[in-house]
Design a protein around this ligand. Structure first.
Ligand code: PLP
Length: 395
């Protein structure tokens, strides 16, 4: 094989400061957010500040116990695709619990929320041949990929801009489907969900929402931003993950029974793959149940995020102006500096925060994206802000 195109790709990414480094870390069970970093020359204790295990559920005893029990009971893998021997009792129970979480008739598990987004959108085009996707310009890669892969007509509307969405809805020929997120994970901002639902209703559009960064975290029982706003019955299909606030792995959609039945009958990425291990499903099931019942986790999560934001504001450290959620993006605006700051924080201060550069965010808006959890103590927050002040001054 000619290696030149590979080398060129890597050289270009490195010269532009966009080369991704996959840090080798090991989380310490029971000690989250403490972890160990396996650096090039040494091993170092670090504090993880960029994990999406937003509530620390990946370490919660209830979840671990459920997984141990399932492992001992049923073994390692699912043993088949969902249709051929791979639907275990844990899959069924988890789908029921997720439908309750979202107050929908049915839920459907996928191996990840990425896969769920991609293949649900592809399936929708198969089921509704004249579907036209209207996609928010800040949508996640999995939504973009699903729309592209579906081959359907697509219209991009300006992020969170209701005038633009309405202009575009007016001119759709076909069945419109508005695709958007509740919490946008890179800016930490929120979409105007009520306005979007009203516009969708006015123009007879299907609504598809990605609540990946909101499930477990918002709403009285963790049903997401829609639950918080009392809008759970206003959206047709909800997408969520089991890998972030629920701390395990996997993704899903929830909606009306007939809709989900048709999707599961045609979505290739659901049908033709080994289903998620029952051990994972058992952990996710315990986590969803626990998180639904423990609102204080959500309160503590918001409290720590607001403490961090307040401290950063006190020292004039710039956070994205629209960040109104638990996500704290500190704006750097240069890919090379962003990477350098991340490296120094890790190597000299034991603070792990991966740099976020293009194409994840637009060029010139590079950032360090901090994700405080209920387990990040006040002392950790102080240490982070002190370190950040120092490295921002020095570099
Ligand atoms: N949707 C959004 C908005 C995301 O940020 C992510 C990120 O991981 C996904 C979907 C995919 O979720 P999962 O990690 O479960 O594949």
């Amino acid at each position: 094989m000619n290696k030149e195109p590979f080398q060129k790709t890597i050289d270009r990414l490195k010269s532009e400061g966009k080369y991704r480094v996959f840090n080798d870390i090991l989380r310490e069970r029971g000690g989250y957010p403490n972890a160990i970093w396996y650096g090039p020359y040494n091993i170092k204790n670090i504090v993880n500040w960029c994990s999406n295990d937003y509530l620390g559920m990946g370490q919660n005893k209830v979840v671990l116990d459920a997984m141990h029990t399932a492992l001992d009971q049923t073994g390692a893998g699912a043993g088949g695709t969902r249709n051929i021997a791979g639907t275990s009792h844990y899959h069924v129970a988890l789908e029921i619990e997720l439908s309750k979480l979202h107050k929908k008739e049915t839920a459907l598990l996928y191996t990840s929320a990425y896969v769920a987004n991609e293949w649900t959108l592809v399936a929708l085009k198969q089921i509704i041949p004249d579907i036209v996707f209207l996609s928010d310009s800040a949508n996640h890669a999995s939504l973009i990929q699903g729309i592209r892969h579906s081959g359907a007509d697509k219209i991009i509307w300006t992020h969170n801009d209701m005038e633009d969405l309405e202009d575009k809805l007016k001119n759709v020929s076909g069945t419109p489907c508005v695709v958007f997120e509740s919490v946008y994970s890179m800016d930490g901002d929120v979409s105007p969900m009520l306005d979007i639902c009203n516009l969708a209703e006015k123009y007879g559009a299907i609504t598809y929402i990605d609540e990946v960064h909101a499930v477990g975290l918002y709403g009285e029982h963790g049903g997401g931003k829609l639950q918080e706003l009392g809008l759970q019955d206003r959206v047709d299909i909800v997408n969520g993950t089991l890998g972030k606030a629920f701390g395990v792995q996997g993704g899903y959609i929830a909606g009306e029974a007939i809709v989900i039945d048709a999707i599961r009958s045609v979505a290739s990425g659901f049908i033709f793959t080994t289903s998620t291990s029952p051990v994972i499903c058992a952990g996710a099931l315990a986590s969803v149940k626990y998180v639904m019942d423990h609102n204080e986790l959500r309160e503590q999560h918001q409290l720590q995020a607001s403490k961090l934001k307040r401290k950063l504001a006190h020292y004039n450290i710039e956070v994205h102006p629209d960040a109104s959620t638990h996500i704290v993006p500190v704006m750097i605006g240069d890919p090379v500096r962003c990477k350098k700051l991340s490296d120094v924080l890790l190597e000299e201060h034991g603070i792990y925060c991966q740099p976020i550069n293009y194409p994840t965010v637009a060029e010139g808006t590079e950032r360090l994206r901090f994700a405080p959890t209920p387990l990040h103590t006040d002392a950790m927050i102080s240490q982070l802000v002190d370190s950040l002040r120092k490295v921002l001054n020095e570099h």
